[in-house]
Design a protein around this ligand. Structure first.
Ligand code: SAM
Ligand code: DTB
Ligand code: SF4
Length: 334
């Protein structure tokens, strides 16, 4: 008779919860850093084994001249940055950029329009064509273009759109200090339309805009009490652009980014937590700590929308030094 050794039970160290309280989130954000990192690591390794990092490339299809008054944004016509309104890119140049992103190893191609909302008409038809083209290349496609209608969301879904990015940016309490031309509720309703159309939700925010720790906790609580959680959660730190009302804010302490990422990972174990704008200010070691804390996606490519991002060679080196896998065999399907 052969005795079989008892199979070790896999211990799950995470819960998918949608009832996080503000106090719980604040307690996580304020934990001793070593304890926070340990917890985030345990959750991440258990929920997403394999340390795979998704590479998302960004392209601004329609730049500048936006009617919203987002205080951080160089593309708002209310601000006096050097970014001016330009005509949208045509379909072919966008698809050429998508091909180049694929050749450089990107998994997802994200396209941005500096619009308050999508309007029906030729630019929207072109957006649909771009989505179909990106998908035909075998890349995930993401669009960020402001508010949309149910019908537009369904048409984007039909075109094969993988995800729609629409950020909450900050807490409900801090929101009116940052944007006055649309409400938090408008944003939540846009996200609901995206979700109902069967498109993955990409939703996160920005730190370093003068918000309190409670504001950061409150933003994370709104995200983590969504059911389901957003499939992607971009965590940006403010890129303070000259000519915007926030131009004089100083950079955050990089460890605050680490804390934000770690807390997002614990709250939303299976979401992709994307280390987004502001990586140039973070430095190599802080970025590695963010990966350790559970960041499993980055924006990859020399530019974000209108500002710069680390060059791809530097990112390749960073990821290889960190020993994480980039993502040609991704198993997540967000
Ligand atoms: N107009 C669309 C919208 O607002 O949804 C799409 C483009 S908008 C530029 C996308 C997101 O980029 C914003 O919601 C914000 O979170 C982020 N963002 C814009 N400017 C930024 C900055 N200077 N620093 C950090 N994040 C920024
Ligand atoms: C997100 O959360 N960050 C990206 C993407 N989604 C669209 C945009 C960052 C923009 C940073 C400022 C700029 O380059 O204009
Ligand atoms: Fe317009 Fe989006 Fe910039 Fe706000 S963040 S000003 S909506 S482009």
């Amino acid at each position: 008779m052969t005795l079989l050794a008892a199979k070790p039970q896999k211990v799950e160290v995470f819960d998918i919860r949608h009832n996080w309280t503000l106090t719980e989130v604040k307690d996580l954000l304020e934990k001793p850093l070593m304890d926070l990192l340990w917890k985030a690591q345990s959750v991440h390794r258990s929920a997403n084994p394999g340390y795979k990092v998704q590479l998302a490339s960004l392209l601004s299809v329609k730049t500048g001249g936006c009617s919203e008054d987002c205080a951080y944004c160089p593309q708002s016509s209310h601000n006096n940055s050097e970014v001016s309104a330009s005509a949208p890119l045509n379909i072919d140049p966008v698809l050429d950029r998508a091909k180049a992103a694929k050749a450089a190893g990107a998994d997802r191609f994200c396209m941005g329009w500096a619009w308050r909302e999508i309007r029906d008409g030729q630019p929207f038809e072109s957006m649909l064509e771009m989505v179909r083209g990106v998908r035909a290349l075998g890349l995930e496609a993401c669009v960020t273009a402001g508010m949309l209608t149910d019908n537009q969301a369904h048409r984007l879904a039909e075109a094969g759109l993988t995800a729609y990015n629409h950020n909450l940016d900050t807490s409900p309490e801090n929101y009116e200090r940052i944007i006055t031309t649309r409400t938090y509720q408008d944003r939540l309703e846009t996200l609901e339309r995206v979700r109902s159309a069967g498109i993955s939700v990409c939703c996160g925010g920005i730190i370093g805009m003068g918000e309190s720790l409670t504001d950061r906790a409150s933003l994370l609580r709104v995200l983590a009490t969504m059911n389901p959680h957003p499939e992607s959660v971009p965590i940006n730190s403010l890129v303070a652009v000259e000519g915007t009302p926030l131009e004089n804010l100083s950079s955050i302490d990089p460890l605050e980014m680490v804390r934000m990422v770690a807390t997002a990972r614990i709250l939303m174990p299976k979401s992709r937590v994307r280390l987004s704008a502001g990586r140039e200010q973070l430095g190599r070691e802080a970025q590695v700590l963010c990966l350790l804390a559970g960041a499993d996606s980055i924006f990859y490519g020399d530019t974000l929308l209108t500002t710069s991002n680390p060059i791809v060679e530097a990112d390749r080196e960073l990821l290889s030094q960190a020993g994480v896998q980039v993502n040609w065999d991704l198993t997540k399907d967000d």
